[in-house]
Design a protein around this ligand. Sequence first.
Ligand code: SAM
Length: 261
Amino acid sequence: MTEHHARKRFGQNFLSDPNIIRKIVDAIRPAVGDTIVEIGPGLAAMTDPLVERLGHMHVVEIDRDLIARLKERYTPERLTIHEGDALKFDFGTLGAPLRVVGNLPYNISTPLLFHLASFAESVTDMTFMLQKEVVMRMVAEPGTEEYGRLSVMLQYRFRMARLFDVPPGAFRPAPKVTSSIVRMVPLPPDQLGAQDEALLGRIVAAAFGQRRKTLRNTLRDFLDEQDFAALGVDPGLRGERLSVTDYVNIANHVAKKGVSA
Ligand code: SAM
């Protein structure tokens, strides 16, 4: 088969280091009977050992050339190929409980994580390779430079752990940055706590929209001085000082005000 030329627009960097591939697959711990979907199988570096252990799995791939290769390589009994954009894919159609894995295309990682978060209720766990810098933002603690909207919105819904780093040399072509493996496990729905999740999202976006400004400014559409006092939150702080629980409390306070107003 002819060589595949990596396409930048699809964020293609293919894993080529067998030790790293083994380490990632071991971290996923695939077991017969699991329903696993891989986003962006590419040249099947991870797909091969996963299918070997599982017998059957799903993949979502956008690149037609790569899809043609996958069709030549696997029978439909071993691999169900969903052709198209993972950003638009309805992961709910694969049934629950679902496990999601992938060496994600870095150019769409943030919108993809938000899209996937909307299927959290059908998912057991997700194990992804992402740019290390993005993983550091996902797992960041309040008060740190990396802590922001991505940290709050994902930590609201998932328990997350950075498992290990992967150097650029493990890929062909080599990316410019170091990558990390992150595991995301959805929290039980009764532990989430926000009465209106869309409102929580709007408040968090506002709080981090202008990082240099204080909450008094960024949240002025939601809270007045009395609200800050009732919540026990100092309006002179910046958004990065508040915990996920603080944001949930704020959202629920605003939701209650809206109802009683
Ligand atoms: N899993 C392979 C590996 O580890 O060698 C390839 C990883 S490569 C970083 C990203 C893969 O995602 C490529 O196969 C690319 O074509 C695919 N991809 C890019 N954008 C996509 C999208 N929107 N939906 C589905 N797949 C996409």
